[in-house]
Design a protein around this ligand. Structure first.
Ligand code: PEP
Ligand code: MN
Length: 338
């Protein structure tokens, strides 16, 4: 249920409404919008008589959210969510680029790539220290050593960091180094991990599961939001279909669909979506044209020898071309790559 408060609501009235909602058995989430304060009253009470809330002083409007996801929905929050990290804002007018290797492989490698991506205009350095690999015999990541060298490389070149968390026991360690936590596609429905990430304050980027519907994906975001962390962005990274000429099928239509249903920012990852270097630039262009709030791409200076995902990594020169091309497209739709 959404409770919209009157524009001139007093603190006392607001407190009183919250107390009533809690007494009725709802968990209350407050959202301060441009026009008014809105309360999300969450709890399964299909027969609740909303008039009990409508009559309270300071209440302008009460309505039910019909979607199964509540806090993630546009009905709860009309304005786009802006996630600010230092001087970068995700979900606003500007489009943010996250780039770097699939895995952090060595200190030398991450410093080389941090310099390359920052010079080309990326604001956020990506790279995994804990890798979810299909085979247990493949490279599993450098762990804390990887996080350490990634942080120094990012700091040297003025970048933020995004890196993947695979399980709850890694949260405290990763939190010391990262600016954004990435939840990988394979973990989109690891509900205990999502709940634990809801209890921290750093932003979370939730990748879409390999076979997840958009609704499943938004329900997973709801786990994080309902546990108290409202800094959530979503990442479309391709889904499994019957097609075999690409690694996954890039669901570009998910971008405008999510924007309509939700206020959360949407990032597009054309690297995992296609799995092939020569398909990444066209798909990145398409994602920006479709309204993505950010692009995540894998870049490597020596992809033949990369320890993971070499075939989909852009070469440095291709990456700077991508930046130029998506900047031109952003301008057409009144946005800017920052
Ligand atoms: C990654 O970003 O390197 C990754 C493993 O992505 P996904 O979870 O989308 O497969
Ligand atoms: Mn990868």
């Amino acid at each position: 249920m959404v409770v919209v408060l009157e524009k001139n609501v007093t603190d006392k009235q607001l407190e009183n409404v919250i107390k009533h909602l809690e007494d009725f058995g709802f968990a209350v989430h407050k959202s301060t919008g441009v026009e008014s304060v809105v309360l999300g009253a969450i709890g399964v009470q299909p027969n609740f008589d909303t008039r009990k809330v409508k009559i309270l002083e300071g209440v302008a409007e009460v309505y039910r959210i019909t979607e199964p996801f509540k806090l993630a929905s546009r009905s709860f929050k009309k304005d786009d969510t802006h996630i600010r990290i230092k001087d970068v804002v995700i979900g606003g007018k500007d489009i943010v680029v996250m780039a770097g290797p699939c895995s952090i492989e060595s200190e030398e490698q991450i410093f080389i790539l941090a310099e390359i991506v920052s010079k080309a205009g990326a604001k956020i350095l990506r790279g995994g220290a804990f890798k979810p690999r299909t085979s247990p015999y493949s490279f599993q990541g450098l762990g804390e050593k990887g996080l350490e060298v990634m942080r120094s490389a990012a700091d040297k070149f003025g970048l933020l960091i995004i890196t993947e968390v695979m399980e709850s026991s890694q949260i405290d360690l990763i939190e010391k180094y990262t600016d954004i936590f990435q939840v990988g596609a394979r973990n989109m429905q690891n509900f205990s991990l999502l709940r634990d990430l809801g209890k921290i304050t750093k932003p979370i980027m939730l990748k879409r599961g390999l076979s997840a519907t958009i609704e499943d994906w938004l329900m997973s975001a709801e786990y994080i939001l309902s546990n108290g962390n409202h800094s959530v962005m979503l990442c479309e990274r391709g889904i499994r279909t019957f097609e075999t000429y690409t690694r996954n099928t890039f669901d570009i239509s998910a971008i405008p669909v999510v924007h309509k249903k939700s206020h959360l920012p949407v990032i597009a990852d054309p690297s995992h979506a296609t799995g092939l270097r020569d398909k990444v630039i066209p798909m990145a262009r398409a994602a920006v044209a479709a309204g993505a709030d950010g692009i995540m791409v894998e870049v490597h200076h020596d992809p033949e020898n990369a320890l993971s995902d070499g075939p989909q990594a852009l070469l440095p020169e291709q990456f700077s071309n991508l930046m130029k091309q998506i900047s031109a497209i952003a301008e057409v739709i009144g946005r800017k790559i920052v």
